[in-house]
Design a protein around this ligand. Sequence first.
Ligand code: TYD
Length: 221
Amino acid sequence: MHVPAAPSAPDGPGFFLSFEGGDGAGKSTQLHLLARWLRDTLGREVVTTREPGGTTLGVELRNAVLHGEDVDPRTEALLYATDRAHHVHTVIRPALERGAVVLTDRYLDSSVAYQAGGRELSAAEVEDLSLWATGGLRPQLTVLLDLDPDIGRGRLTGAPDRLERAGDDFHSRTRQAYLERARTAAADGRQPWLVVDASRPVDEIQSEIRAHVAVALGLAP
Ligand code: TYD
């Protein structure tokens, strides 16, 4: 597959940050606390969004992939990549071009962790598919909320979706794939990762994330 050269920075002056981690790790709580701080204290325009389901089409794709009929791993990877392509084109790039800080609950590295790590497709192929889908857009920083999947499962409410039902081995492969991705990011020339122990109290985790984001935004040494 031909993949265009992947710029590590977006086109505009904005800042693009992804939150990653297993189900129940607390991504959306941390994302919204960070968004409030960036808006209220720093006066930045902040766009909060998520995958799958950050657009109207994405909501339909989310429903299909999480609650629809069973599909094979390649179909699943393509559904997530389709959601991502449309999300980047209609929400993320325009916001970055306006200079906004974009905080997304999951992005490309979810596909590498779940469809490659979990479903055991090739990591390089899954990554290339997403890079093709997004025209090469990578985040500038990724926050990984790392948590034992047993603890994450205990925090979930409601009936489990297709991915949550994928089993213990699947979720432990997903966690290992994330940690490996964080460990090799610098050597592979990918975006920097902040790996946070998500079993700690919410406010402690948030302080660590804010300190790191302040440096990434050039607000602290
Ligand atoms: P999420 O919205 O985090 O779940 P919830 O709202 O139930 O907390 O993500 C939905 C599921 O989709 C989650 O199990 C991870 C999975 N997923 C992938 O497998 N690949 C992907 O590329 C993405 C974005 C999510």
